[in-house]
Design a protein around this ligand. Structure first.
Ligand code: CTP
Length: 396
């Protein structure tokens, strides 16, 4: 479709950035970025119509548009441009320019490749800065000396790509990166952007590798001077990689778990400060604090818990994030009990409900809760017990 529209419109069109890098690496990527040398927005409208897309979002000012084809496919369309700043603090003005300039503005050579997808040279790789060579050599390299100064988030991005693809950071690039850190450029990144970078880097496949980089290059120190990556944390981070089914069952985010592991040795007021900077919700913070307070008690109770009701009673009030931390801490038998709670006990629906109690003449009262809890615990401990049997046990 892209080729057809390009032909009709007689424009040069390129796929650019991450998608080209991942095509060369043979890794799937669902975000398509294209650059049009011409009228990007008009092109995007044609694309939406041709693909019968669901939606289009246009930013006139930046001459960009996003075509949402369906829930699985999103195409970002940009107009190839040269940015110049009229005043140092103003937003970039946009003018037409060549694809070369567009590529030159990017973070690393591996992201500076374009794949021509128009009728003239469909499939030709446009590589001004030796990106292909660097992908082959597995190296992260900046395009110019001011790259990290211009955009310090690139410091964290360098580690994202290095850990995700197991690439090294090229020597000179590493020097510029260290200089930028030493000169305090990380402090110039706003907290929402730091959070966003952490989200991506810790949500990736190997959060332990990413965190090793962040520690080694003093990024963590810039988050809080007392954060220290310990061997125990590394072990727990590595374990996260094999807990996929638990993550999806509990609807947990991997990056949050990696982040909480990193917080483990901090004092509660230090954690509070960081949660604040990362703007975690009050609700999340309360549940986390509550769970952490209960943690050591829960761990020792869990060791002794034999009955289902004891396991349930120990774990029921603890947030899923803290449950996961307890799991990482626990030995084999405690872990099995936690799994049982997550995959089985926590999903059991009580046979006896409040309405049942009312129907046999109970008035809502403080003991109500206790009676319901007892009934549920009996249900958990005696497999196959019926509602009638439970009800007959409840004496009016
Ligand atoms: N980019 C940049 N500097 C930044 C952020 C982005 O130069 N600080 C450029 C890079 O060329 C990158 C492209 O914008 O390829 C798209 O950015 P993004 O979607 O964040 O990165 P991807 O390379 O697509 O990585 P991912 O696979 O993690 O989405």
């Amino acid at each position: 479709a892209i080729e057809k529209i390009a032909k009709k419109r007689k424009e040069k069109v390129y796929m650019v950035g991450g998608i080209v890098r991942d095509i060369i690496l043979g890794i799937p990527n669902k975000d398509i970025d294209i650059v049009v040398e011409g009228e990007g927005i008009a092109f995007a409208w044609d694309l939406k119509n041709e693909l019968n897309g669901e939606k289009i979002v246009v930013h006139e000012k930046f001459k960009t548009a996003v075509v949402i084809v369906d829930k699985d496919l999103k195409i970002d369309v940009a107009t190839s441009r040269v940015e110049y700043y009229e005043y140092p603090t103003s937003l970039p003005s946009v003018d037409y320019g060549s694809i070369r300039e567009d590529m030159y503005r990017r973070d690393f050579t591996i992201n500076s490749l374009a794949l021509e997808v128009d009728y003239q040279k469909f499939g030709e790789l446009v590589d001004f800065f030796n990106g292909y060579r660097d992908i082959q050599n597995r190296e992260i390299r900046i395009l110019h000396n001011f790259s990290f100064v211009e955009d310090p988030t690139r410091i964290i991005r360098a580690f994202r790509f290095a850990s995700r693809y197991d690439f090294k950071i090229e020597e000179e690039t590493e020097r510029f990166l260290k200089d930028a850190v030493e000169n305090g450029f990380l402090k110039k990144i706003s907290w929402p952007r730091v959070k966003n970078e952490f989200k991506i880097i810790l949500g990736d496949k190997n959060p332990e590798k990413a965190l090793n980089f962040l520690e080694k290059y003093d990024v963590l120190k810039n988050i809080h001077h007392n954060i220290k990556l310990t061997e125990k944390m590394k072990k727990h981070l590595e374990e996260l990689n094999s807990l996929g089914e638990m993550f999806s069952q509990l609807k947990l985010k991997k990056w949050i778990m990696a982040f909480l592991i990193l917080m483990e040795d901090l004092k509660s007021d230090e954690i509070e400060l960081i949660f604040n900077k990362f703007s975690f919700s009050q609700d999340f913070r309360k549940k986390y604090e509550f769970g952490i307070k209960k943690r050591s008690e829960a761990l020792s109770k869990l060791k002794k818990a034999d009955k289902n009701s004891e396991i349930y009673d120990t774990l029921n009030e603890i947030s899923f994030e803290v449950l996961m931390l307890i799991y990482l801490e626990g030995k084999k038998s405690s872990r099995e009990k936690i799994r049982k709670f997550i995959f089985d006990l926590s999903k059991i629906k009580p046979l006896v409900t409040g309405a049942d109690l009312i129907s046999v003449g109970y008035k809502p009262s403080p003991e109500f809760r206790k009676i319901l809890e007892d009934a549920l615990y009996r249900q958990l401990d005696y497999k196959g017990i019926t509602k009638e049997q439970l009800m007959s046990n409840i004496n009016k």
